[in-house]
Write a protein that binds this ligand. Structure first.
Ligand SMILES: *[C@@H]1O[C@H](CO)[C@@H](O)[C@H](O)[C@H]1NC(C)=O
Ligand SMILES: *[C@@H]1O[C@H](CO)[C@@H](O)[C@H](O)[C@H]1NC(C)=O
Ligand SMILES: *[C@@H]1O[C@H](CO)[C@@H](O)[C@H](O)[C@H]1NC(C)=O
Length: 559
């Protein structure tokens, strides 16, 4: 079945299949005082591939908690991000395409003195202005060379986590990617959190998020930004790391690296379950909107490769192909009406800023020039997406530009000289894969969501049959290459694909006539672009000068 051509099961049809299982739901906790606006919970995975969640059809690594969230809510199967961490996170935080803020090229490398421009008002600042308590747990990667760039100066009431792009899952040391520098990177606000040493990062962040929820005064709306390290690779020597008991669950995976990777995904999945459970225990879940997404595709190959899979898409992290930018994503909210469905509405990571701002009671028209669109109504009503185009990216340093207009995607040039522009086979699975719907419906996430429903929120709980229907509808399959179609050589000539029919970008349709529309639009967008802010690494950043800790070196203050 072809995802784009197959009709998503309509809310009504699926609704018929939904049976009330309320009797099996745990009793709702004493209702917490309801805030006047929803709690907003964003769980951002790092470098998680399209096929690394089992709701997309992968039988090798079960993700029952993430799947439960997806099936109870909306599977966002047409959700785009930027191809790399820093650009994607800048877009989430500002609602703007990175080419407007100078964040379009590459990531912030550890010793580089730049960050997301201070004149930008970020999502946490905007929600804080509307009365939200704003807490960040996990990765930042939007600059720390001066303290003003770090989370608690950018609108978060608190932050527990790290400022760089990755770290060791136990020592929390960061080796710079291209410099001989290494240092510790775990902070509680501005203090060095030395008590974290030796504890697995994913679990630390989960405990912190759960603790934040438990201590939160539920009368105040909460914005919780949980940005996991998982499933990014750690430092070069030991890139894949997971607790032994998690690894032991995946004995059926022969490839030892993929087995480790599966355990990393499993720990991420447990985190989603624990967060939903904590929200439910506090009586907050029925007043929450929960978004789960990945910042970009998996780096199956290339720098910081993990063993993630973007199958069946072309390309990996850092590339403009669907495998780099079309990410697993789902959203659940008690108040969303058209739930239990697969959405092919075109969405972009910039959309969450206006969407959440509107949900929080803000005046979206007052946001000024943002690229994001408030998509809440379209999600709520299963109406066509108000978004007609997605600028995949415009990066004149890497020398590529990619734009989606309607169902068509245009790519001129490519990243990394085309070195990563390939399809990867699906990792070989166990001999007899069987998807365990029972485990999905018995997961902590499913129990928590049923509890929230029993407390009076939204549509009924899920039937196993609905789960199977949704999983089938969420699967993307491709026809395979067409030997008659002209090859795509994007460094010689632009390429064009109908990604609704050809999500694997195998049938190049480019002609100068068809390309002209895209080239005109790209020229308009390029006229609005600012120069990339990237700066060369600075020797003064070396943690050896700062007590072994990555610190805001340009401030010249020893923390
Ligand atoms: C820092 O952390 C503490 C405790 O987690 C919190 O209460 C405080 O408000 C935070 N923010 C700042 C800016 O210090
Ligand atoms: C929303 O903001 C716009 C632009 O600033 C303004 O014109 C409009 O009056 C505002 N609407 C409300 C209801 O405040
Ligand atoms: C493709 O991009 C290059 C620069 O990266 C530009 O010189 C060229 O004109 C573009 N091709 C088209 C057809 O616009």
């Amino acid at each position: 079945m072809h995802a784009a051509r197959s009709p998503s099961p309509s809310a009504a049809a699926v609704g018929l299949l939904v049976t009330l299982l309320a009797a099996t739901a745990p009793a709702a906790p004493d209702a917490a005082p309801a805030p006047d606006r929803p709690h907003i919970i964003v769980i951002l995975a790092d470098d998680l591939g399209w096929d690394d969640v089992s709701f997309h059809g992968n039988d090798q690594i079960p993700t029952p908690n993430i799947d439960a969230l997806a099936y109870h809510g909306i599977i966002l199967n047409n959700h785009y991000t930027l191809p790399l961490c820093t650009p994607s996170r800048s877009a989430l935080m500002t609602g703007k395409y990175p080419m407007r803020t100078g964040m379009q090229h590459n990531v912030i490398l550890a010793p580089e003195p730049w960050g997301l421009p201070l004149e930008e008002r970020l999502l946490p600042q905007r929600l804080r202005d509307l009365g939200y308590a704003t807490h960040a747990v996990g990765k930042w990667h939007l600059g720390f060379f001066r303290r003003e760039y770090t989370p608690i100066f950018r609108g978060f009431h608190s932050h527990f986590g790290y400022w760089n792009g990755h770290q060791d899952y136990y020592s929390h040391n960061v080796q710079a990617s291209f410099a001989p520098f290494e240092g510790y990177d775990m902070r509680r606000n501005m203090s060095v959190a030395t008590d974290a040493v030796g504890k697995y990062t994913t679990r630390l962040f989960t405990e912190e998020a759960v603790d934040r929820i438990r201590r939160h005064d539920a009368r105040q709306p909460l914005f919780l930004y949980l940005a996991h390290l998982a499933v990014h690779a750690a430092n070069y020597e030991v890139p894949l790391q997971a607790p032994a008991e998690a690894v032991a669950r995946f004995a059926h995976i022969a490839d030892p690296e993929r087995r480790l990777y599966a355990a990393m995904v499993h720990e991420l999945d447990l985190s989603v379950g624990a967060v939903l459970q904590a929200l439910q225990e506090r009586g907050m879940l029925q007043h929450s909107t929960v978004l789960f997404l990945s910042d970009n595709g998996a780096p199956t190959r290339g720098i910081h490769a993990n063993r993630g899979s973007n199958w069946p898409f072309k390309g990996v992290k850092a590339t403009p192909w669907e495998g780099g930018v079309r990410t697993p994503a789902c959203i659940w909210s008690a108040s969303l009406r058209a739930k239990h469905r697969v959405s092919n509405q075109m969405l972009h990571i910039t959309d969450w800023l206006p969407t959440f701002y509107g949900l929080a009671g803000g005046n979206v028209s007052s946001l000024g020039r943002v690229d994001g669109v408030d998509v809440w109504r379209a999600l709520d009503e299963a109406a066509p997406s108000p978004r007609r185009e997605v600028l995949i990216n415009l990066d004149d340093v890497s020398a590529y530009a990619a734009l989606r207009l309607g169902n068509f995607k245009y790519v001129n040039g490519t990243s990394l000289l085309g070195f990563l522009d390939e399809w990867h086979a699906r990792p070989e699975g166990p001999a007899d894969p069987a998807y365990d719907v029972g485990a999905v419906l018995a997961s902590p996430a499913a129990r928590a969501l049923r509890g929230a429903l029993a407390a009076g929120a939204g549509a009924g709980p899920l039937d196993p049959h609905v789960v199977r229907v949704l999983r089938e509808a969420a699967r993307v399959q491709c026809a395979g290459p067409d030997p008659k179609a002209p090859r795509c050589r994007p460094r010689k000539r632009p390429c064009l694909f109908d990604v609704a029919r050809d999500p694997c970008e195998e049938r190049n349709l480019y002609t100068p006539q068809l390309g002209a529309l895209f080239e005109t639009r790209l020229a308009q967008l390029r006229a609005e672009a600012v120069a990339p802010r990237n700066k060369r690494g600075d020797k003064r950043a070396d943690p050896a000068r700062w007590g072994g800790v990555w610190s805001p070196w340009a401030d010249g203050v020893h923390e």
